[in-house]
Each structure stands twice: as C-alpha cells, then as structure tokens.
Design a protein around this ligand. Structure first.
Ligand code: ZN
Ligand code: ZN
Ligand code: ZN
Length: 261
C-alpha cells in the first residue's frame, strides 16, 4: 500500500509538552500560571487511530492521566521514537491495557531503541520469575524500515537530536518529527508530499537537541504540507502568543487536539 492509498486516520495529541511538562514543577512564570488550558501540556505523545485500531506513539510519563482524560480504553500497538525518559517512562501503564484487552501488546521501535527500552525496563522483558510479577505483557518488534502496522504504512527515518539520534515517523500522509535539531538528507526525501507535518519546538531560540521556532518553520516550508503543528513545547512559549505569531498553515498543537486525514 502506498502512502496515498493509506486508510482514513485520526491523530489525537495526547501530550504536547517538553520533557518536564507545563506547568513545570516550582515555576511561577506566566505560562506555568496561565489559566489557558492550552498552556497545560503533558509530556508528548500521539495516538493514531485507523481501521478500528489505536496505535500509540511513545508512552509518556503522563500516559495514565492522558488515557483517563480521553477515555482511552485500548492500545493495539505502541511505536517508540526514542528511549528518552519523557517518551518511554509510561511503559508500565500498558499493564492496564493488557488487563482490559486480555492480551499482549506489540511494541515497535528501531532495534537500538528496543535494546535501550529492554535495559530500562528489564523486569518487563525478563523470562525469569515471570510468575507473581506484575508487569506489562509486551511483544517487541524491530521497526528498522518501512512496515505496515494494522494496515497503516509506517516509515521511520533517523534525525539528529543533539548528540544522539531520534526516529521520526511518516505514517501515511502524516509526519511526526519531534525531538529533532536537524533533518538528514534521507528524511528530506521521506517527508516529501506529506499533508500533515508535526514538528517539535521547545522554545523560540535554537537548542542543542531541538529546533528553534525559525528552524522549524524553515523545515515546514521545505515540505509545504497542507497543515503543520508545533508540539513538544516548553513553558517558554505561550499558546495564544505563538498562535498569533505563526504564519498561515502552522498552528501550535495542544493536549486534546484531534486531526483527521
Ligand atoms: Zn522529548
Ligand atoms: Zn514556567
Ligand atoms: Zn528526546
């Protein structure tokens, strides 16, 4: 199946915050104290639904709260971008979905990311003492190239993320590009023709591991999608201010925003 034939899908921003979330613990800045709900950002994660299946991109430390907020009661698969704490620490919450659905959950990630996750959550993947240990029941699958997950075409590509690499995902006509400070040549090719582009920006100025706003806008202009959304936003950006500043076709995402493709 080519990207242009991919099934109708919905994407729900479960979380749109940077690694510490907004409000940040102990901070009294105007964004952290803002009554605007769109400034309340849990750690970044996206839920993609198609063909009656829910595919979760990353398990943020706020997965439990996000699931309760949005009435999420099934997760058919998880795709991981990278093993940074703000993207994986909710892994244990998958236990509840195992319990509700009465079965294991497949998880997909590039092999090095799976290796990191196995090391971080050794209890969840060890076959020793399986009896009596409460843990999620997960089946790891390498995502080292294009593959379909429940009929949806996923194409991973590596991007620069400071001293390390992150995985961006093209999912049908949507690209999820968070935690990135530079796109490599392969990524430029993969992103061509995407209709929806989601880009991570933590603050206005460039950051060692993340795009600054102008860098993200330049990247978006190259792809020229129908619509682009900013996510992974820190307390240094106020939603309404950012929304007013952004050019047409680019919007800040917020927790609970849904997009249809
Ligand atoms: Zn992150
Ligand atoms: Zn703050
Ligand atoms: Zn990261």
């Amino acid at each position: 199946m080519t990207a242009s034939q991919s099934p109708a899908m919905e994407a729900l921003f479960l979380g749109t915050g940077s690694s510490v979330g907004v409000p940040m613990i102990g901070c009294r800045c105007s964004v952290c104290l803002s009554p605007d709900r769109r400034n309340h950002r849990t750690r970044s994660s996206l839920l993609v639904s198609a063909n009656g299946k829910n595919i979760l991109v990353d398990t943020s430390p706020d997965l439990r709260l996000q699931s309760l907020r949005h009435g999420l009661d099934r997760v058919d698969a998880v795709v991981y971008t990278h093993a940074h704490a703000d993207h994986v620490l909710g892994l244990d919450e998958l236990r509840t979905f195992n319990f509700i659905m009465g079965r294991e959950i497949p998880i997909y990630a590039p092999t090095p990311v799976l290796d990191r996750i196995r090391a971080m959550f050794a209890y969840a993947f060890s076959d020793v003492n399986r009896e009596g240990v409460t843990r999620p029941d997960l089946v790891p699958h390498p995502l080292d190239g294009p593959m379909e997950i429940f009929g949806l075409p996923f194409r991973p590509f590596l991007v620069e993320h400071g001293p390390t690499r992150n995985t961006a995902l093209r999912i049908g006509d949507l690209v999820y590009l968070t935690d990135c400070n530079a796109v490599l040549p392969e990524g430029k090719t993969v992103m061509k023709g995407a209709k929806i582009l989601i880009v991570g920006v933590v603050r206005y100025e460039p950051h060692l591991s993340h795009f600054g706003l102008d860098q993200a806008i330049a990247e978006i202009r190259e792809v020229s999608p129908r619509m682009a959304y900013i996510t992974h936003i820190s307390h240094r950006m106020d939603h309404a201010t950012l929304e007013a500043e952004l050019p047409p076709g680019i919007r800040p995402a917020y927790d609970g925003l849904r997009i249809l493709l």
